[in-house]
Write a protein that binds this ligand. Sequence first.
Ligand SMILES: [Zn+2]
Length: 365
Amino acid sequence: MTPAPAFNKPKVELHVHLDGSIKPETILYFGKKRGIALPADTAEELQKIIGMDKPESLPYFLSKFEYYMPAIAGSREAIKRIAYEFVEMKAKEGVVYVEVRYSPHLLANSKVEPIPWNQAEGDLTPDEVADLVNQGLREGEKAFGIKARSILCCMRHQPEWSPEVVEMCKKYRHQGTVAMDMAGDENIQGSSYFPGHLEAYKEAVRSGIHRTVHAGEVCSPEIVREAVDVLKTERVGHGYHTLEDEALYARLRKENMHFEVCPWSSYLTGAWKAETEHPVVRFKNDKVNYSLNSDDPLIFMSTLDTDYQMTKRDMGFTEEEFKRLNINAAKSSFLPEDEKEELLNQLYKAYGMPLPPAAAAGQDP
Ligand SMILES: [Zn+2]
C-alpha cells in the first residue's frame, strides 16, 4: 500500500531531531521496562496521542515531548538504542548521509539543572549521553551501511547549558559530532543575545565547530539576521520568514546560505499557512541553496518521503530539482572536505551526472 517514493535515489538529510524520530514500539518497551507511565498501551494508540495530523501551533507541538521523553531520558540502553534504530530508519528511506540533532541535556538526569521531564536525579550526564548517541550511530552505520553524524543542540530557554554544549562538540568532534545547533522557542525575547549562547557560539567559531540555528521558522526575519550576524551560523534551520525581508534574503542568497527546509513540519506547526505559497517554492525558483528534511517524523507521523511527496504533488518539484537540492545538501553538510567529496561523488554517480573537475570546490548557487 505504500506509494512509490517520490525520489527513489540516494538522499542527504540535514535537519532531523533524534528525540523526534523514536519508534512508538521502543517508547512503549522502555516505559514498561522502567515502570514509567505512558498515555497508551499499544504502539498504535501511542502514535495517535503523540502524533499530529492537522495544523497546530509550535508550542502545541513542543508539548508532545512531555508524553514520551520520560520513558527514554536517563536510560543508557534506551539512548543507545534510539540512535541505532534511527540509522536503520534512515537507511530504509534511502538516506545515505544524515546529520541528526538533539539536546544531550534533555536526555540526562545528572549534572543538568533543572533535571528535565520530572525525573528523579540519577547518574547519566549530558556528556555521557553524547557519547552513547555516537556509539549507537556508529553501530547503526556498520549494520545498515550509511553514514550518520550528530549535532548537539543548545536550547533557547537554557543559555546556561550552551557553554557545556560547545565543550561536548569539541570533545566528541572525532567520534561523530559535527556541529552545534540552537533549538527551542525562538519567540523568547532577546534569546540570541543571552550571554550563555553568545559565549558558546563565539567559542564554536574560535575552535572550528560548525554551527546551525533554528531561526525564522515562526518568527520575524530579525531572528534570522541575529543567527547570521550575532551567532555566526553557517546554515539556517527553516528560515521561511527570511522572505519577509527582501534585502536580507538577497544578501543570504549572495552568500549562498543553506536553508534546512522541512515542508510537512511547517504545515503542521503552522509555520507556513497553507493558503499562501510555500517559501520553498520561491527557494526553488530562485535556485537557492536548501535541503528537504523531516524534522520530527514521530510527531508528524511521517517519513522523509512525505516531504518529497508533498513538494512533488503540490508544488511541482521535479526529479532534477530533487537532485540539485541533494547535491547542495551534501555540499552544505558539516563533513570534512575529503568525506564531502566522497559523498558528492556517490550522488553524482547515482544521479547519472558527470563528475565535475573539482567536485567539492565551492557550492553552486
Ligand atoms: Zn528542528
